[in-house]
Write a protein that binds this ligand. Structure first.
Ligand SMILES: Cc1cc2nc3c(=O)[nH]c(=O)nc-3n(C[C@H](O)[C@H](O)[C@H](O)COP(=O)(O)O)c2cc1C
Length: 226
């Protein structure tokens, strides 16, 4: 069992990445995590989570308290997200079987920038249209693009989790290009056939489908036919 790579970029849905990290750590996996500045902004806007990309530690992904602003239009989302996914006991590395190894998005000396560093795969979650375009174009302007490029050239699993609507022609073409290059394009598009009740059920559907493609056993949702 080798390490996994998770990259967070600036699309809406930071909570998907938090939940994914939680599940991967609980599964005992070592995760190399890198985060774009836009993802940092989205974490702040969507979840009130402030992280420092230069002095990151896993605890920064956890809120200092679970107090919610009563006037927040997203109160329900923030509430369910925090209660369900921001669970310190499972995300903090010293208390869960897995661990996070953080890499700054500009650090091209990180192991994951090289094909010789073996992994079991990479997930870009959520994946912005900007990062999608950069990977599809092979630009490798930051560690996220480079690590994704490496996974494609080494024929290792690369799962991108785009979120945008509607999708324009250029975005669709970029997705096709990535799929043709071997990536799994797994949009943050929860199904409803598993009878979700909470927002957390919707999040878990997407995270569960990511885990399916990483070959990680889970019970995050009830499968059709079960
Ligand atoms: C709150 C917020 C939500 C955003 N949501 C999306 C989104 O859902 N999809 C997307 O492609 N870009 C979204 N963006 C724009 C990206 O963050 C922006 O294009 C950025 O340059 C992406 O950079 P990155 O790919 O390096 O993370 C959002 C930005 C903000 C601030």
């Amino acid at each position: 069992m080798r390490d996994l790579v998770v990259a967070m970029t600036g699309a809406s849905g930071a909570i998907y990445a938090i939940r994914l990290l939680e599940v991967l750590l609980a599964a005992g996996r070592t995760v190399h995590l890198t985060i774009s500045p836009a993802a940092q902004l989205v974490l702040d806007k969507e979840l009130d989570v402030a992280i420092d990309l230069d002095r990151f530690n896993a605890a920064q992904l956890l809120p200092a308290d679970s107090g919610l602003s009563d006037d927040s239009a997203l109160r329900g989302l923030r509430s369910s997200a925090r209660v369900a996914a921001f669970d310190a006991s499972s995300v903090l590395s010293e208390k869960s079987p897995g661990r996070i190894i953080y890499h700054h998005f500009r650090d091209f000396t990180a192991g994951i920038a090289s094909g010789s560093f073996l992994t079991d795969g990479m997930v870009v979650c959520p994946c912005s249209m900007g990062t999608l375009a950069s990977i599809a174009g092979g630009h490798s302007e930051n560690l996220i693009h480079r690590a994704a490029d490496v996974h494609l050239k080494e024929r290792r699993p690369l799962i991108v989790v785009p979120r945008e609507t509607p999708l324009g022609q250029i975005q669709l073409q970029n997705m096709l290009r990535l799929a043709e290059a071997g990536a799994i394009v797994l949009p943050a598009m929860p199904g409803f056939y598993h009878n979700p009740v909470t927002i957390h059920d919707l999040i878990d559907f997407v995270v569960g489908r990511i885990c399916d493609h990483l070959r990680i056993e889970h019970t995050l949702f009830t499968r059709w036919g079960e």
